[in-house]
Design a binder for this molecule. Structure first.
Ligand code: NI
Length: 276
């Protein structure tokens, strides 16, 4: 495996545990960044994974042909040749082990694109609000901008210490169940005070716990804002019956419909093979 170039200091580890987030100046190299950016632009140009429900508009109703305000691709690593040999991957794995323990690994991920001028905000949320209940998670996200991330183009914002909260009440963006993205309900917004903005150089990173409240503003600049988000975690612990948050159970997204169609088609193919 490629050797990591990042070693977290004891101060950085202590800061993360106390505040629920951390920023780093470099988790990749300029050469690798250029390669990643080329792959990234290609996958969004081609809407990679759309038919399987893995490419969709996080911030809109996502009809085919409609301009997306916050296009996202799940499992973006599949579209980058030899991703697991990159310095970025090695660093994310090392960061996960340093912050979560030796049993942590860097796994799935997603890529979120904020188009120039029209890219929408990603409203305040906790990542765990998207996940199943009945489980105690030990997880984090590592967010990597592929160009400078600024207040103007949509850099990350956090509420320090919010990783110690329970999962707060969320709803679909604009309370519209056709939209995949989540936002805190208005009555929870008092938790969002003293937010910290984290502008970053290209190829830097922010790291946040799965309960840390976070937000990115709209892209008001003339350049697209590209970000890769690497997920990392240690095995989750079962603490109750598996379930779903009510705001997730209420979803009626075009993306889910495409995923269901793709799964049904795969089952049909499998059944057909059974007749050979
Ligand atoms: Ni998030």
């Amino acid at each position: 495996m490629t050797k990591p170039t990042v070693t977290l200091t004891q101060d950085q580890i202590a800061f993360y545990k106390q505040q629920g987030y951390l920023t780093l100046d470099a988790v990749t190299t300029p050469e690798e960044l250029a390669f990643l950016r080329d792959c990234y632009d290609k996958m969004f140009r081609e809407q990679a994974g759309r038919e399987a429900g893995e490419q969709f508009d996080l911030g809109g109703t996502d009809e085919d042909g409609k301009e997306a305000v916050l296009p996202q691709i799940l499992g973006f690593q599949r579209f980058i040749p030899d991703f697991d040999k990159t310095i970025l991957y090695a660093n994310c794995d090392a960061i996960a082990k340093a912050l979560l323990g030796k049993d942590a690994t860097s796994g799935g991920g997603h890529a979120i694109f904020k188009p120039a001028r029209i890219g929408a905000a990603t409203p305040w949320h906790q990542d765990e609000a998207y996940w199943g209940t009945g489980v105690q998670y030990r997880s984090m996200s590592i967010w990597i901008p592929l160009q400078e991330a600024t207040l103007e183009n949509g850099c990350m914002h956090f509420v320090p210490g919010s990783h110690k909260l329970d999962v707060l009440e969320h709803q679909s963006i604009n309370n519209d169940p056709r939209i995949h993205g989540l936002e805190l309900v208005a009555s929870e917004m008092p938790h969002v005070k003293e937010a910290v903005a984290c502008p970053l150089p290209p190829g830097g990173a922010t790291i946040h716990d799965s309960r840390t409240l976070h937000y990115t503003p709209p892209n008001r600049s003339d350049i697209p804002r590209r970000a890769m988000i690497m997920m990392a975690g240690a095995p989750a612990k079962k603490i109750g019956e598996p379930g779903q948050h009510p705001w997730q159970a209420a979803k009626q997204t075009a993306r889910n419909e495409r995923a269901k169609r793709a799964a049904a088609a795969a089952t049909t193919v499998k059944a057909d093979r059974g007749h050979e």
